[in-house]
Design a protein around this ligand. Sequence first.
Ligand SMILES: Cc1ncc(COP(=O)(O)O)c(C=O)c1O
Length: 477
Amino acid sequence: MEGESRRSPQSHSEGDGRRVSRRRFVKGVAALGAPLFLGKFAAGEETVVSTNQKKLAALGGPRAVPRGLQKGWPLITDEDKAAVMKVLERGVLWGTDAPETAALEKEWAEFIGTKHCIATNGGTAALHMGVAAAGIEPGDEVITCAYSWFASASCIIHHNGIPVFVDIQPRTFNIDPAKIEEKITPKSRAIIPVHLFGLPADMDEISAIAKKHNLIVIEDACQAHGAMYKGKRAGNLADMGTFSLNGTKNLPGGEGGLFNTNSDLYADRAEALRMFGEIEHIPHFRGRGFSEFGWNYRTQEFTAAFTRARIKRLDAENAVRQANAAYLTKHLSGIRGVIPPDVPADRTHVYHMYRIRLDPAALGLSIDPRTFRARVQKALNAEGVPIGGWKGSPIPSHNLFKLKAGYGKGCPWSCPHAGKEIVYREEDYPETLRMLDDSFCMTSALYPPNGLELMKHYVSAFGKVFADMDQLMKVSA
Ligand SMILES: Cc1ncc(COP(=O)(O)O)c(C=O)c1O
């Protein structure tokens, strides 16, 4: 059975060798009574779905996507290997002034367009450096997005600050600026917007609110390397910007992080936090020694060398993600009930993740979105489309917040410097919950070297799954 679906993506032929035009496909689907709309297919384009392959793979039919086509991430080149070998040959493995680390800081500052870059050992460390540099003190409140990776909030607790969450904007999935001001109190000191999935948040609106209330803004750009907002790079849109270099990221370094700022003061404070609070070597602080609290957030030379090799091709690799995403968006938006991600015209998305929402009501189905999504996800997975959920709940719904289990004894929430008690309830973030119910993500499937040939198979699989709702409803949720 598996062999039946092993067709060249160009051939688009049926088992008997006949090609399937869009018109015939639509006709075939209509004959099945399927609630499918393919209005956005360009003239002359053909789908990969053929009528003799309509049985869903989840129900024992052939897969729409042949096995082994998707290539994993990161793609490691000879240049990457040579960069790391050079470190071994040189024998200098660490140090804040070591050659690879210093060069990485210079090159990433140039790439982002900021005066300073400080390399560190993780995105979480970079975020914590930002929180410390912002001067957050015990009991201070920092606003961040209710949906993100946990570190967007835990970095605040690392410095005894108190996270305050704001719900997402349903089309961009980023923090909703319209809901920020209602969360501001006399204790508020900073905002950490997250450029989630690779799409910059609404930075003009966020910056205006921050200015009005005298708040410092730290970008969590850990998923948005290279993304642009109104002509500037994410990471250079606020007081400070932070990036992760973990192996899954668009700019992978294994493990590592980058901190960017145009401010000498924030750079000095972040530098001190990176190095045990030892600030004697920083001219601005000279003579005060270990007079600040600090950690060891230094990076090392292998990460720096590997990352440097990859900065050179970051834009080109993001362009492949964008072309893949554009193809998917063009075709999936033609399928009723499927809502591809939105990209406002004033910014670019670098598709660390491609999140798709589903609308069963648009298909005339009265089924709860969570069950529908689970069915579609299972059906697509069986067809060979790598769909997943990523984080399945809002950050404030985790026990750390619900039980206030931070450092024990209720700290930092019970700190005498804290303001009015904050209660964390997941039902306070309805847009996040709705999104989690009705959407799922594709990640490295869109990354190079994967290209349009693979995307065609994915579109074909979506077409197959959405062609016959009666069949789909037989897939267990
Ligand atoms: C949005 C976001 N913030 C922060 C982090 C933390 O980065 P790291 O894992 O490098 O500490 C990540 C990465 O996992 C992330 O995706």
